[in-house]
Design a protein around this ligand. Structure first.
Ligand SMILES: CC(C)(COP(=O)(O)OP(=O)(O)OC[C@H]1O[C@@H](n2cnc3c(N)ncnc32)[C@H](O)[C@@H]1OP(=O)(O)O)[C@@H](O)C(=O)NCCC(=O)NCCS
Length: 220
């Protein structure tokens, strides 16, 4: 592993990567392939000897180095998260209008549904998206994906997120919100504490069909 990987004992690095226009034009499969290639390249910057195994519906696994990773992608950007100490999950979604209350109730807890519905209509989309990315990040950190009903645990909509999140069975996870223009994003860790979260980007990723995302990126 490289010296950069040493920091991952106490830190998590989150790489935001915008998918190139020509990749986006080729559709969802091309975006997924570019996102996976971006994660591979991120891992290689820390551990050139390692490789990532990607399987549909499963968390990506690093073979050859003790690293935990997570990946999310939209039609425009990918987010790759990496750390050493704990299981990690990441998610990003563009902010859209919130669905009707009946649909919210299929996705959120009763309390979260009530909290989103109590907001001004213009604020509901962002609040719903925030809750949703937190849930997906937690589900990925736990490695269960949507096989666990997202109504069975509460992440809330207030900032900062409630800590820790308790899953059915007693497992706990900690959520950190991330800021990216026009989106909501979150990273989650199994356990009651989060490592230090740092946002990264690197021009070498352009070789994988992606470019670093310009503009302000931050940890909330
Ligand atoms: C995991 C899940 C929350 C992903 O959400 P999404 O909004 O569809 O997609 P995202 O871009 O946020 O994340 C996709 C990535 O999550 C990761 N992922 C998938 N399942 C995962 C799991 N169980 N645990 C952790 N990470 C997982 C993969 O890296 C995936 O990347 P890929 O598309 O290149 O394979 C959700 O789709 C799910 O539970 N899927 C399981 C069912 C499934 O995918 N079945 C397909 C079998 S062919």
């Amino acid at each position: 592993m490289t010296p950069a990987a040493t920091a991952l004992a106490s830190e998590a690095h989150v790489w935001f990567i915008s998918l190139r226009e020509d990749v986006r034009a080729r559709g969802a499969a091309a975006c997924r392939a570019a996102a996976r290639a971006a994660l591979d390249r991120v891992v290689a910057t820390y551990a050139p000897e390692a490789h990532v195994v990607h399987r549909a519906g499963r968390r990506p696994e690093v073979r050859g180095a003790p690293l935990h990773v997570s990946l999310a992608h939209t039609s425009a950007l990918a987010v790759a998260a990496i750390t050493r100490a704990v299981e990690i999950g990441v998610d990003v979604e563009p902010v859209r209008a919130a669905p009707p209350r009946a649909v919210l109730a299929q996705l959120l807890t009763d309390r979260e549904t009530a909290a989103v519905s109590a907001l001004q209509p213009s604020a509901r989309g962002r609040a719903f998206t925030r809750a949703w990315v937190r849930k997906e990040a937690v589900l990925k950190a736990a490695g269960v994906g949507l096989s666990l009903d997202p109504r069975w645990f509460e992440v809330g909509i207030d900032r900062p997120p409630k800590k820790p999140v308790t899953l059915p069975g007693g497992q706990v996870a900690t959520v950190v919100d991330l800021a990216v223009v026009g989106h909501e994003a979150a990273v989650a860790f199994v356990g009651a504490a989060a490592p230090i979260v740092r946002v990264r980007s690197d021009s070498t990723l352009t070789r994988t069909g992606v470019t670093p995302l310009p503009g302000a990126l931050a940890v909330r």
